[in-house]
Design a protein around this ligand. Structure first.
Ligand SMILES: *Cc1c(COP(=O)(O)O)cnc(C)c1O
Length: 365
């Protein structure tokens, strides 16, 4: 990934650092969104987006933050009880959206930092009839990565559809929509895609769209059936955030040049490097700093690191900021006790090293 010298200081796990060239790409004139220039743009975006999800399906592009497409998932899901798999703040948000959309929801919560395992899920799904489950691929609050393929297969064995939030997974963690026979995956622009915030994306299987057709309270803005019908004409139901579409077009070219599998591998390498650094730093400083997600289930895009009790996250992130690097504080109930490194988007091992050395310097002080 080519980046200029000023790039490589901002490691929030969303929004992530956006390259100057991408910001510059947004400064193009407006075009009519009901005209052929827009339709051609939309079609080019489709060609760029499909390989990222390894799908032949249309990729819906909505002008909203990712939470909008979480709501879309719920509103379009088949009638009946929903099981929400909760292992952090964003998966809890999914459950919350379901209950505020007046759905019957049960939560299946495991410890924050943990993932959901199949034998337990299988048992849980045998206890009661569910028509859908919600799950977060990469839990951005904890840095834990769920096995989406296995979870989706398990849901299918019990006759439930699987609604996947891959907001910080998409474009950083392996995701194969068609091959894994997924039903619905949603994401946003400001995580591993490394665009400014403001766009959300979703892919749905043909049978999920059919089921959505029968859902009675889909509303308007997040109605998948509408998004699907318009996407087929290379349009969006309402006025798209055109400037962000320009940024997306630019970024999709860069991603195509890198290759999605190489992009997944780069993210994995950054997570592995962070883990190595952590073990070495704990050793050298005698400080108890640990990734709260166990080895083997760590997200390639974000690491959530527990700090020693005498070092509040706010103090730590402020000291790192003094060294010119922004890392994230903890999120939700982990706010004060952890910090997060978003090693995603257009970051590389080289830019990550700057971040890690700033963190080391604070931990040694
Ligand atoms: C960031 C994030 C969201 C919310 O995205 P918004 O764009 O802020 O609405 C949801 N789920 C996960 C896993 C996230 O990382």
């Amino acid at each position: 990934m080519s980046t200029n010298k000023t790039f490589g200081t901002f490691f929030l796990p969303g929004p992530t650092e956006v390259r100057q060239e991408i910001l510059a790409a947004m400064m193009q004139p407006m075009i009519a969104h009901r005209g052929s220039a827009f339709e051609q743009l939309f079609e080019r975006l489709q060609r760029g987006l499909r390989p990222l999800l390894m799908t032949e399906r249309p990729v819906y592009i909505n002008s909203s933050s990712a939470t909008g497409m979480m709501e879309s998932a719920i509103r379009c899901a088949p009638a009946g009880r929903i099981l929400s798999l909760v292992n952090g703040a964003f998966s809890e948000r999914f459950a919350h959206i379901a209950s505020t959309c007046a759905r019957d929801v049960d939560r299946y919560e495991v410890g924050w930092g943990q993932i959901h395992t199949i034998p337990q899920l299988d048992e849980r799904l045998s206890m009661r009839k569910y028509t859908a489950i919600t799950v977060v691929h990469s839990e951005t609050s904890t840095g834990a990565l769920n096995d989406i393929r296995a979870i989706s297969d398990c849901a299918h064995r019990h006759g439930a559809v699987c609604l996947v939030d891959s907001v910080s997974g998409f474009a950083g963690a392996e995701l194969r929509f068609d091959e894994w026979k997924l039903d619905y995956v949603l994401t946003g622009s400001q995580k591993a895609l490394a665009l400014p915030p403001g766009l959300s994306f979703a892919v749905a299987s043909p049978s999920f769209v059919d089921q959505a057709n029968a859902a009675s309270a889909r509303g308007v803005y997040f109605d998948l059936v509408e998004l699907d019908a318009y996407a087929r004409r290379n349009q969006t139901p309402s006025t798209p955030a055109l400037s962000l579409f320009y940024a997306l077009e630019f970024q999709l070219k860069s991603i195509a040049a890198e290759g999605i599998e190489a992009r997944w591998a780069r993210h994995k390498a950054m997570a592995v490097r962070t883990q190595e650094w952590l073990a070495k730093t704990a050793d050298e400083t005698g400080k108890r700093v640990v990734n709260i997600a166990p080895l083997g289930s760590q997200s390639p895009t974000v690491s959530t690191i527990k700090l020693p009790t005498d070092l509040p996250a706010e103090t730590f992130t402020a000291a790192v900021a003094k060294r010119g690097i922004v890392v994230g504080s903890g999120y939700g109930k982990l706010k004060g006790s952890t910090f997060r490194i978003g090693h995603m988007g257009d970051h590389t091992i080289e830019t990550l090293e700057r971040c890690l050395s700033a963190c080391s310097s604070v931990l040694r002080a």
